[in-house]
Design a protein around this ligand. Structure first.
Ligand code: ADP
Length: 461
């Protein structure tokens, strides 16, 4: 999974987690505050009811009289309504009948002799209803505490908690994303280096991060592995270079002998003439193989130095196309130029010509010729493409054709034995040395399109 996708997935998961956890905390906070306030209110109503019941009892027993005035006095200090049943008569300061103002379960339990307290909704109002039996005066005392104002306050508290939750969650998401992005930067850099090395650029190493010991240890091991790979490749390259070098002079003699034999072809019988043709072809293939191997080995050893020049890439492309066309006797389409005609790029002319020559040679060999040539330049890079209308390259071959000695389906279909499978490997090695990339795509309506992207950085504008 790419680090960008990993970052997106981690970001999504942690956002969901953060929203869920903070949402849960906000809910727990609200439920806690609500239950504390309700419990307190209900305990206070019960305390107040006991005091009211004692006052009513005392009033009746001492014959002080004017019970409604006493009840009104009790009510005036709070949100409460008191009613008393004294010797079978209801005393109340409200015009409502007790059937309407006192919830039925509270009335029934109190009249049955139990102290009752109930938080309920009655006739559209939220209230605490308390009933105290008054056995001394064969009556009961009821207190109704209206909770509407408290509920209104609770709604305000819920609003404040929700706002706090929103602010905390949004802030958390922003902070978390930043943290995640900065934690993933070293990972992204490391994965870019791994990609570059996998594409053949063995000069890249993962830099230590100082922020994560795990990534540093991974980087150390990876760098050590690339170092030993480079050492091994250089040893192999030395060997290949020595072998190719040693083979050059016997090959030159062999080529000369084959050419001499071919010159006397008319004097040979038919079988011998065929043998000479085949020998000449094989010697030419072998000679091409040794030349390519030597060039690759020198690139691997780093002895093939870059000769960099700042050139007008449009002009260079035109010049190379003319040269290849004349030298190899192939007809090539006119180059299509896009972007600033005076734009320059820093390249090695010889390697550039070699790359183009190999791509054109392949288009001629496998696709019946080049159908289009493009140069497109912008501020950052030069993009060059060679297109053909040939059989195209199978999906599974598209990456592998740049590997050494890999010969794709097209060579197999043609029964071609003259190739070596090193042409595109050389293209890739040269392009990497120029810090560029080379890719191949399916070309519409048919065929292939090879695209080189060369960076323009280092260019003097
Ligand atoms: P070679 O040509 O010696 O086989 P290359 O490295 O140049 O080696 O090419 C590798 C393979 O890529 C070829 O064998 C061929 O199958 C395929 N190939 C290259 N260019 C083209 C093309 N323009 N159209 C179709 N196939 C191609």
């Amino acid at each position: 999974m790419s680090s960008r996708r990993l970052s997106r997935r981690l970001g999504f998961l942690s956002t969901v987690l953060l929203v869920a956890v903070t949402g849960l905390l906000a809910m727990v906070a609200f439920v806690g505050v609500r239950s504390i306030l309700l419990q307190e209110r209900s305990a206070s109503a019960l305390r107040q009811a006991h005091v009211g019941a004692a006052l009513v009892s005392n009033n009746v027993l001492t014959g002080a009289g004017n019970l409604p005035a006493l009840l009104a006095q009790i009510n005036s200090s709070s949100n409460t309504v008191s009613q008393a049943l004294v010797f079978g008569t209801w005393e109340s300061v409200t015009s409502l009948h007790p059937d309407e103002s006192i919830p039925l379960p509270v009335r029934e339990r109190t009249l049955a002799g139990h102290v009752t307290s109930l938080t309920t909704t009655w006739k559209g109002h939220s209230l605490v209803a308390v009933g105290i039996p008054l056995s001394a005066i064969s009556g009961s005392y009821f207190l109704l505490d209206n909770l509407d104002a408290l509920n209104h306050e609770l709604r305000n508290i819920a609003g404040v908690i929700a706002l706090g939750w929103l602010v905390v969650t949004l802030g958390g998401i922003v902070l978390m994303r930043r943290q995640l992005a900065s934690a993933l930067i070293p990972l992204e850099r490391a994965s870019a280096v791994v990609r570059a090395v996998a594409h053949g650029d063995t000069s890249q190493r993962i830099a230590p991060t100082s922020s994560s010991r795990e990534i540093d240890s991974l980087a150390k091991n990876f760098n050590a592995m690339v170092d030993s790979l480079v050492t091994q490749m250089q040893r192999d390259a030395h060997f290949a270079s020595d072998v190719s070098h040693e083979l050059r002079s016997p090959l030159t003699s062999l080529t000369a002998s084959a050419d001499r034999l071919a010159a006397r072809r008319d004097r040979l019988d038919e079988d011998s003439a065929h043998l000479v043709d085949s020998l000449q072809r094989d010697v030419a293939t072998f000679s091409g193989l040794v030349t390519d191997l030597l060039e690759l080995a020198q690139i691997d050893r780093g002895v093939e130095h870059l000769v960099l020049d700042e050139v007008n890439i449009h002009e260079l492309m035109d010049r190379c196309v003319t040269l290849i066309s004349r030298r190899d006797g192939v007809s090539l389409p006119e180059v299509v130029h896009v972007g600033d005609p005076a734009a320059t790029c820093v390249v090695d002319r010889r390697r550039f010509e070699r790359v183009l020559s190999n791509l054109v040679g392949n288009a001629v060999k496998y696709a019946g010729g080049v159908s289009a040539l493009h140069v497109e330049i912008d501020d950052k890079s030069a993009r060059l493409s060679v297109a053909d209308l040939g059989p195209g390259i199978a999906d599974e071959d598209r990456e592998r054709i740049f590997d050494r000695f890999y010969r794709g389906q097209s060579a197999f279909n043609r029964g071609d034995t003259t190739g070596t499978g090193l042409g595109l490997a050389l293209v890739r090695a040269h392009v990497i040395a120029l810090r560029g990339t080379v890719t191949v795509q399916r070309h519409s309506p048919q065929g292939s399109i090879f695209t080189l992207v060369l960076p323009r950085e280092g260019t003097v504008h």
